[in-house]
Design a protein around this ligand. Structure first.
Ligand code: 5GP
Ligand code: MN
Length: 380
């Protein structure tokens, strides 16, 4: 018995362990022995279901500068868990764009801020007390900055739900699928697997729909498959409103944001035909000049990719504490690899981000200097 216990203990947290455990459970007698000596690990959906069968203190964390998928999947999951009787808090490592301010339950969000240390203190208390911590739409603890260490140290069970490449192994339960266009879909599937599809109401559905709509670029990117439409259809049948969500996210620009877009396109968009690459740089002063707010640069990078023949588009701008880079690409050109190798970033094959501690000018120089490395691929 001790040998069995040691064997299965060694496999805890690994999918292989779950698979081995599952196979054994099919054999009735053995399953009773295993369940007695080695309780189900959390990467078994039934174990998660069992864990959530009584009210728990839940914390949901998502990534720095959350986008609609990050915040939508967090608040969609929060809405569901609250309905199931749990005590739920959401923590974001930074503020989030105004165009997500309509999301139901935003009052339960503790957003960390550069202006005050209070939210960070509150987040620490919440993480330390949490019985279960959901990490949504990121797979590397570095993406939640100083909260990463706190999550790592926390004693609560950890659940990772994400669709980015190359996850870190820190969670007890993983629902990780790079073929999923959005984390919001994974939340929908999780609720379904927990047998609670009927708990999805209009508020939850709108949050999840927002993530699905934006991470597929309005159902236009090559991550849009039949599955995305099927889940979107399910969400609409449960009350999501495609027109209202699209209006709130895409058509609530401030005049300044629109002017910033105009300025960036007319004055700052550069094309490098020999590399089929387009890029935009924005200095801190330029962003200030247009009264730029969090989220105002979102989507700007896509304009470069809309030019015929362009294979890679880049946006780099000065965030003061660092230079933020956004990469987008077409088909086989892998910007995740480029961002990971040169700009401490990552993401997806055709959409990734990164950062640089150099000045904006130096960052641009570095970017231009690495382009020859990719010339062949960019001209394929
Ligand atoms: P965006 O350019 O819109 O910030 O990000 C594009 C995609 O890359 C998103 O899925 C985002 O989550 C991911 N991403 C952005 N920055 C980083 C980063 O620094 N590291 C990693 N691993 N992913 C990133
Ligand atoms: Mn996402």
């Amino acid at each position: 018995m001790v040998a069995i216990l040691v064997f299965f203990e060694g496999f805890k947290n690994y999918n292989l362990g779950a698979k081995v455990l599952k196979e054994h459970r099919t054999k009735k007698l053995e399953s009773r022995i295993i369940d007695y000596f080695c309780p189900p690990v959390m990467n078994d959906i039934q174990a998660l279901k069992q864990f959530l069968s009584s009210p728990k203190k839940v914390v949901i964390v998502t990534h720095f500068k959350p986008d609609a998928d990050a915040l939508g999947s967090s608040l969609g999951l929060a809405g569901y868990l609250i309905k199931k009787g749990h005590f739920v808090d959401v923590i974001t490592p930074s503020d989030y764009p105004d165009f997500l301010g309509w999301m139901p339950l935003k009052e339960i969000v503790t957003a960390l801020s550069k202006e005050s240390n209070e939210p960070f203190k509150k987040a620490n208390v919440l993480l330390a007390k949490a019985e279960i911590i959901f990490c949504l739409d990121f797979s590397s603890l570095q993406r939640i900055n100083e909260l990463g260490e706190k999550v790592k140290e926390a004693s609560g069970k950890k659940v990772l739900i994400d669709h980015h490449l190359e996850p870190e192994n820190f969670a007890d339960f993983e629902k990780w699928d790079v073929s999923s266009a959005s984390t919001a879909e994974l939340i929908y599937e999780l609720i379904d697997e927990l047998g609670d599809k009927n708990e999805i109401d209009a508020n939850i559905a709108n949050c999840l729909y927002a993530g699905l709509m934006t991470d597929t670029g309005g159902f236009r990117h090559n991550n849009t498959t039949q599955k995305e439409f099927l889940i979107a259809s399910e969400l609409v049948s449960r009350g999501a409103s495609p027109s209202e969500v699209a209006k709130k996210i895409y058509d609530t620009n401030s005049l300044e944001r629109l002017r910033l877009t105009g300025y960036a396109l007319s004055q700052k968009l550069k094309v490098l035909p020999e590399f089929n690459t387009a890029y935009i740089t924005l200095t801190w002063e330029e962003l200030r000049q247009y009264g730029s707010q969090t989220g105002d640069t979102e989507g700007l990078v896509n304009y470069g990719l809309s030019i015929k023949g362009i294979k890679m588009a880049v946006l780099m701008y000065d965030r003061k504490e660092e230079i933020k880079l956004s990469f987008r690409s077409l088909s086989d050109f892998d910007v995740n690899a480029l961002a990971r190798k040169h700009f401490s970033g990552g993401g997806h094959k055709n959409a990734s981000g990164g950062q640089s501690k150099l000045s904006l000018e130096e960052t641009l120089k570095k970017f231009l200097s690495i382009l020859p490395e990719y010339k062949q691929e960019l001209n394929r």
